[in-house]
Design a protein around this ligand. Structure first.
Ligand SMILES: [Zn+2]
Ligand SMILES: [Zn+2]
Ligand SMILES: [Zn+2]
Ligand SMILES: [Zn+2]
Length: 321
């Protein structure tokens, strides 16, 4: 309810600009077909085509049109939240799009001005809608203005690709992401709960930031990502290894893992709880929640002549009873 209250407070300022009865979108056939937006040409929107003018000249919504379709921004097709804007002819658009269209209505090219569509905002506040991850299994229904908050936390929401080192925009469920990691990122796949990996780098003294190829482990009917990288921790160059769980945080907490590096009678052991991939790779790294090895120590463990990192990391994943 708090966001609704905030919305009403906001409305106070701009209410005089709102035009009455402007929540409907006219049906003008292919009106969208030649319109340019910042992201290119906007095609005809199916939600627009379902709106028909009635005989009396008053626009009506055809029975097949859900009100929530009117709440879909005709420009970007995202759901619209206050402030919802409109042009003097009543074409609506979301505040995100409004800021990108140079004050010109993308539908009729009239100057946009600063007109709020209060009626549509009020209609929205009366709606209960299913979570947008309904098709992924979420059964919940929410008042329109609570929906967004839920969806940002919904346990059925897709996961981001856990691959680090590139900006990958792929999202999906775990099975889909495992296939994506294997086929598109060519990550190393590994079955079983114990591992023994050697991380190699020539001229390690020249490299301050590096990310090694991710390894994905499949055990306990789950998937885990082992990350290894080099970065500066304060003034000190370090390597860090850590594990992330491909699933939600509450499930991740059922697992433990250990990592071990050593040579010549010295040994560093880390035991931790894998972090959910809901936490970004960067966030986990920056919280230092993993095995951190000073570069000098890592090179000592590598043996040889300090010209090459050859660090053997052994580890194990288990389920906490
Ligand atoms: Zn939009
Ligand atoms: Zn317009
Ligand atoms: Zn949900
Ligand atoms: Zn990816």
């Amino acid at each position: 309810m708090s966001c609704l209250r905030a919305m009403k407070a906001q409305l106070g300022d701009e209410a005089p600009y709102a035009a009455a009865g402007a929540i409907f979108i006219d049906d003008k056939g292919s009106i969208f077909s030649d319109i340019e937006s910042p992201s290119g040409t906007i095609n005809e929107q199916p939600s627009i085509k379902k709106v028909h003018p009635s005989n009396n000249g008053k626009p009506v919504i055809s029975p097949t049109t859900g009100v929530h379709e009117l709440l879909e921004c005709p420009v970007c097709t995202n759901s619209m939240y206050p402030p919802i804007h409109q042009c003097p002819n009543g074409h609506t658009l979301c505040s995100n799009c409004k800021s990108r269209v140079n004050n010109k209505c993308p539908t009729c090219r009239q100057e946009l001005g600063n007109i709020r569509c209060l009626a549509l905002e009020k209609v929205a506040s009366s709606l209960d809608l299913p979570c947008k991850y309904l098709s992924l299994g979420c059964p919940d229904i929410f008042p329109y203005y609570n929906k967004l908050k839920h969806e940002s936390q919904c346990t059925f929401r897709p996961y981001n690709c856990p691959y680090a080192g590139s900006e990958c925009s792929i999202t999906g469920d775990i099975q889909m992401l495992v296939a994506h990691l294997r086929d598109d990122h060519k990550v190393d796949m590994h079955s079983g709960s114990t591992f023994n990996h050697r991380y190699v780098k020539l001229n390690p003294l020249e490299v301050e930031n590096a990310t090694w190829m991710l390894t994905v482990f499949n055990c306990y009917a789950s998937y885990f990502c082992l990350h290894f990288e080099a970065f500066q921790l304060g003034a000190a160059p370090v390597y860090m290894a850590f594990l992330r769980f491909m699933g939600d945080d509450n499930e991740a907490r059922n697992f433990r893992y250990s990592l071990e590096v050593g040579a010549n009678g010295r040994k560093l052991i880390w035991q931790g709880v894998p972090r959910s991939i809901r936490d970004s790779h960067r966030k986990v790294r920056d919280s230092h929640d993993g095995l951190i090895i000073q570069r000098n120590m890592a090179l000592f463990f590598s043996g040889g002549d300090w010209k090459e990192l050859k660090l053997r990391v052994t580890g194990r994943i288990w389920k906490e009873q």
